[in-house]
Design a protein around this ligand. Structure first.
Ligand SMILES: Cc1cc2nc3c(=O)[nH]c(=O)nc-3n(C[C@H](O)[C@H](O)[C@H](O)COP(=O)(O)OP(=O)(O)OC[C@H]3O[C@@H](n4cnc5c(N)ncnc54)[C@H](O)[C@@H]3O)c2cc1C
Length: 316
């Protein structure tokens, strides 16, 4: 008997459980709705497909992380008014209350014509409809040297909530009073247009209380604040005069991790004590790999009536 056949037979007999085996034996051969990604998008879709179908449509959700962490609230961790634990939830309620089958794994491949997904563990699952919600991918090549600087833990992004959020907070705590925190913003579109400006406010709020001689520099590739400009500028002027400085038309093209500096397309280099460099972004890797990124090879065009990808049927 082949290993795969043994595993399948053992799974059918209930001899294995997910925790004890890299395969996912509880995975059905097919589900009506397969959800990829348990962030706000995927978890919400999974819950409401169950609710609105009066539990008649079976839903499998595949997510590699043990729990959900709210990305929008992660700026509060940087400001010091929340912990990462405050922002987290387990997926148990989705299973227990709503009957979603949550599988801890990630989807490695999607065969759109065959309507089948292959998980990293090697298991496969068919579907009638796929909800693809893998979030965004950072385009490291957009800023030379950034990937290596991230791997060294020197220059972080923290644009997905998690360990990097905590690491960036630690950098802010370690920064001496009188230091400079600089955030660079890529050209729009990127995940959450107001997010970087909001982050600047949160960091400034922390500095005002704990390191009042410090500075927040916002270096924006765009010609102006891309979202809620009047509101942010008012707050910077009134609540953080002399502390927050906004500079438009600063498109980051390279970083020097040793010198802690950023190089721009046109403007002079900038040095900072804490650098938070956000590169350009695109749709999550699995969406790009599946051939769905048909807008500038970065984003997935959809039919806005049902959010179906224009590049593949039955993937939403
Ligand atoms: C600092 C900041 C502030 C923000 N503030 C706001 C705000 O105030 N309001 C607002 O509406 N939005 C805000 N946003 C945007 C918001 O966070 C995102 O729009 C939202 O998280 C997107 O949800 P999602 O489910 O599409 O992606 P994500 O939350 O990124 O979730 C994607 C999930 O997919 C999983 N995944 C990825 N690939 C695979 C795979 N191959 N197989 C299985 N699973 C996979 C990941 O592990 C992840 O859990 C903010 C973002 C940031 C960074």
């Amino acid at each position: 008997m082949q290993r795969r056949e043994w595993l399948q037979a053992a799974a059918a007999l209930g001899l294995l459980n997910a925790a004890g085996c890299a395969m996912t034996p509880s995975l059905p051969a097919k589900t009506r709705v397969l959800v990829v990604g348990g962030g706000y998008g995927g978890a919400t879709a999974a819950k409401y497909v169950r609710l609105l179908s009066q539990q008649k449509i079976d839903v499998v959700l595949v997510e590699p992380d043990a729990g959900f962490v709210s990305c929008p609230l992660s700026n509060l961790v940087l400001g010091g008014s929340a912990t990462l634990t405050d922002l987290g939830r387990g997926y148990e309620a989705l299973s227990r209350q709503h009957g979603v089958r949550v599988v801890r794994d990630s989807v490695a491949r999607i065969d759109a014509p065959k309507k089948q997904a292959t998980l990293a563990s090697g298991a496969t699952i068919g579907y009638d409809k796929l909800v693809l919600s893998p979030g965004v991918e950072l385009m490291w090549d957009g800023v030379a040297g950034l990937k290596a600087a991230n791997e060294q833990g020197r220059i972080l992004q923290a644009w997905k909530a998690g360990p990097e959020t905590l690491a960036l907070r630690r950098q802010l705590e370690a920064m001496p009073d009188g230091g400079v925190y600089a955030i660079t913003i890529p050209e729009a579109p990127y995940r959450c247009p107001p997010g970087p400006y909001e982050r600047a406010c949160q960091v400034a709020s922390y500095f005002k209380a704990a390191k009042p001689k410090s500075k927040v520099l916002i270096l924006d590739a765009n010609p102006d604040v891309t979202s809620k400009g009047a509101l942010f500028k008012k707050v910077w002027a009134e609540a953080y005069p002399g502390m927050v400085e906004y500079r438009p038309q600063h498109k980051a093209v390279a970083v020097d991790a040793a010198a802690m500096s950023v190089k721009f397309e046109v403007q002079d280099d900038v040095k900072a004590d804490v650098l938070n460099v956000l590169p350009p972004m695109r749709a999550g890797a699995i969406a790009v790999q599946t051939g769905l990124a048909n807008a500038n090879a970065r984003w997935c065009q959809v039919n806005f009536l049902n959010f179906e990808a224009t590049a593949a049927k039955d993937i939403h």
